[in-house]
Write a protein that binds this ligand. Structure first.
Ligand SMILES: C[C@@H](N)C(=O)N[C@H](C)C(=O)O
Ligand SMILES: [Zn+2]
Length: 218
């Protein structure tokens, strides 16, 4: 008999070793920017068929342990990007190489042609191996979520976003140190040019570049 039930992706549809973060820990907040218009390209990127965080299982479990620790202080992780399909990386590269312009919101002090040489965007990204994540921490009060002040927004491509920048307030610098120390305890190393970018030290597919699209979870 024909099965007419709509098919939706679940963990079994992902390559071996990959999971949906929500299946590991539904309390981690997901705001997957490249699946929306709210990013420096201004539209959803290729391969982001759904605003879901997909990543390798051991890294997802490490984030979940950290989340349990943070929850005791009414804090929560907020992820902006996880696994990034290689086609999305290509789209970012095409976008920033097409015109040499600045962007008031994302890179007011640079032009787009400088973003790859200065290391803000990778033409072959660790995100495509599934063990790299862009994230921050939020405070949860009475069901309301407020991002901790990190001195800049996510994807602000500028010297101010360097993890140990002296150009931000002492409060923001402390919040960055808190985030980076917590992530290190969980097994992730920070990328010094971007306070939000972390790679899992024990990632299974380091150096690989996957290109499967992110499909809706279920
Ligand atoms: C684009 C930004 N969110 C990021 O992840 N940058 C690093 C360098 C990357 O593209 O891998
Ligand atoms: Zn990143």
């Amino acid at each position: 008999m024909l099965n007419l039930v709509a098919h939706h992706a679940n963990a079994a549809d992902l390559p071996a070793g990959f999971v949906y973060l929500q299946d590991i820990d539904a309390s981690i907040v997901e705001d997957i920017r490249y699946a929306t218009d709210n990013n420096f390209v201004g539209k959803p990127l290729a391969g982001y068929g759904s605003p879901d965080c997909v990543m390798v299982e051991n890294a997802a479990r490490a984030l979940s342990s950290l989340q349990r620790e943070l929850a005791k202080k009414n804090l929560a992780l907020v992820v902006f990007d996880c696994y990034r399909p290689a086609r999305a990386v290509r789209e970012m590269v095409d976008y920033v190489t097409a015109h040499d312009v600045s962007d008031e919101t994302y890179f007011p002090n640079l032009t787009s042609h400088q973003l790859i040489p200065k290391g803000y965007i990778a033409s072959r990204s660790g995100h495509s191996a599934g063990g790299t994540v862009d994230l921050t921490i939020a405070r949860k009060t009475l069901g309301k979520i407020t991002l901790l002040d990190m001195g800049t927004k996510f994807d602000f491509f500028d010297l101010k976003s360097q993890s140990s920048s002296k150009l931000v307030s002492e409060g923001a610098a402390q919040n960055r140190r808190f985030l980076i120390t917590a992530m290190e305890r969980a097994g992730f190393g920070n990328y010094p040019r971007e306070w939000w970018h972390f790679s899992f030290r024990n990632e299974p597919f380091k150096g690989h570049s996957f290109d499967f699209p992110i499909a809706k979870r279920h």
